[in-house]
Design a protein around this ligand. Structure first.
Ligand code: F6P
Length: 520
């Protein structure tokens, strides 16, 4: 499509926005008893209700035109074919191959490699199950832990293996707290790092190695360690047995690795059969994303609604609100997925984007969030869009609790949409309403539905990246701070007064040094 066609699709939406600004969702609902049926879609057990957004059939039509003119279908074809769509890093983007054992959607070379690692994970699972291990410590950061951590919490009812503990931060407190109460003999450590160079991860890995070898001798590294990485040689040089090194490849982005061997601890804990159900759920969403017409395509719809809210209606924050303790880590997982992918101001072609891109993603469990930041959602001066997420059934058997949870889940999106006029003379009790939200419902949080949810958001982010014209698969924005911290590190122990920075950074370095020296 030409850039003129893309511009005219944007312009059509802009002028449509001028009309919709006057429309209140409560009137849209009052005028259309079928609005829920019209503006909801499902795949198996997963329902997406997007009716509580400021959209009409016309809005959706114009958004679909935008998607078509930006070439979504072609980009999707190219991604699944293994084309080098991550151009700034010269890489293909093939996370769909991780859950495509028969190569139905993705190149067979990639899917066969992924299936090979699953097979090897099964062997390790048997060793771990029979080996008397009680604790697994997974060391990784960013995409090398957020997905597995989120999924391990979500699927805790399916756990049959050892306990898994995730350590990410380069703050020794976390690791030391764990090691203080663990037995070296029964602790298995997984070092997950695509690059095997990330400072946080390698610092923690070396600490764990020292802890194990001082108790058990040098052979502990070969017995008590596994690695997941794209850098096999570096992992082996660390001392990890070749058979315990699991591979990912440059065509798996860190934040897109939740269904790769990076999720090894999840597989060890829930078992390979359940892990494969998780992959099958993601594959089902992949197949839907590839085949369903754009108008019925869940990731496409979710993406377009997100673009409408963030770029046209100006909702520069988006809340992820799971109603279910099991999904407590979903907001932070999606924070990385969306913000590291689409928090960009330069297009694929290297020119400044003309509008806005990813909103700020934040979130919290319902109902905790209701007692912290929902005030702003209902009455704040900014528009915040929301994804409410719930399961019809809980695994805790406490139906009285779950009914209350669901009543809150339903009430919040209804209140945000409807609003309520203030009693006379009490403007502080006015609820303007007309605040957009999606509701995502599954029957239960189980391996399959969780896999579907992960792939739903992965593809949502991809579609949005295409519409905004950005490369969703690189992350240059994280480099500068990393580099500068390497330069500052020796200055924190130097006897010289800091001088190589701005006065704030110099002043802070010296102040911290002084405090540390005073404290001995
Ligand atoms: O935060 C930057 C980043 O490169 C993420 O994209 C990635 O998930 C994380 O660091 C960890 O990287 P690695 O797996 O190489 O340790």
């Amino acid at each position: 499509m030409t850039s003129a066609q893309i511009s005219s699709a944007w312009e059509a939406l802009e002028s449509h926005n001028d009309q919709i600004v006057e429309v209140h969702m409560r009137d849209l609902f009052a005028n259309d008893p079928n609005r829920f049926a019209r503006f909801s879609a499902h795949l198996d057990d997963l329902l997406l209700d997007y009716s509580k957004n400021r959209v009409t059939e016309e809005t959706l039509g114009l958004l679909m035109d935008l998607a078509a003119t930006t070439g979504i279908e072609d980009w999707r074809r190219r991604m699944f074919a293994g084309d080098t769509i991550n151009t700034s890093e010269d890489r293909a983007v093939l996370h769909a191959a991780l859950r495509d054992p028969s190569g139905e959607l993705t190149p067979s070379e990639a899917s066969a490699r992924a299936a090979g690692e699953i097979h090897r994970m099964r062997t390790l699972q048997t060793t771990i199950r029979n080996g008397g291990w009680t604790n697994i410590v997974h060391i990784g950061i960013g995409g090398s832990y957020l997905g597995p951590q989120m999924a391990t919490a979500a699927l805790a009812p399916y756990a049959t293996g050892p306990h898994v503990h995730y350590v990410s931060n380069v703050d020794g407190t976390h690791l030391m707290e764990l090691l203080a109460v663990f037995e070296p003999q029964t602790t298995f450590v997984i070092v997950a790092s695509k690059t095997f160079t990330t400072d946080e991860t390698m610092t923690n890995a070396k600490t764990a190695k020292a802890w194990l070898t001082s108790a058990l001798g040098d052979q502990a590294v070969s017995q008590n360690f596994a690695a997941v990485t794209a850098e096999r040689t570096a992992a082996e040089a660390f001392g990890i047995l070749p058979g315990n090194v699991f591979e990912i490849w440059d065509w798996i982005g860190g934040r897109y690795s939740a269904t790769s061997a990076i999720a090894l601890p999840l597989a060890l804990v829930i078992g390979m059969e359940r892990f494969e159900d998780f992959l099958a759920g993601a594959h089902a969403m992949d197949a839907h994303f590839v085949a369903a017409p754009l108008q019925q395509n869940l990731p496409v719809i979710l993406a377009l609604i997100g673009v409408w809210n963030a770029t046209f209606l100006g909702a520069r924050s988006h809340a992820i609100l799971p109603y279910g303790y099991r999904l407590r880590h979903l907001p932070r997982f999606l924070q990385q997925l969306e913000m590291e992918s689409n928090g960009k101001n330069v297009t694929r072609n290297g020119v400044a984007v003309s509008g806005t891109t990813a909103p700020v993603i934040f979130g919290e469990l319902g109902t905790d969030g209701q007692h912290t930041f929902y005030q702003l959602l209902h009455q704040g001066s900014d528009l915040v869009s929301c994804d409410f997420i719930a399961a019809a059934k809980s695994d805790n058997g406490l139906d009285n609790y779950h009914s209350k949870l669901l009543a809150n889940f339903l009430a919040q999106s209804e209140a945000l949409m409807l609003g309520r006029a203030a009693p006379t003379g009490e403007p502080h009790r006015n609820f303007p309403g007309n605040r957009p939200s999606n509701s995502i419902v599954v029957r239960r949080v189980n391996p399959r539905t969780l896999g579907m949810l992960v792939a739903l958001y992965e593809h949502k982010v991809f579609v949005q990246g295409v519409i905004w014209g950005i490369n969703s698969f690189d992350q240059w924005g994280v480099e500068l701070g990393k580099e500068m911290s390497q330069r500052i590190l020796p200055e924190l122990t130097s006897v010289d007064t800091a001088s190589g920075h701005d006065s704030s950074t110099n002043g802070l370095i010296d102040h911290l040094k002084r405090l540390r020296e005073e404290d001995g």
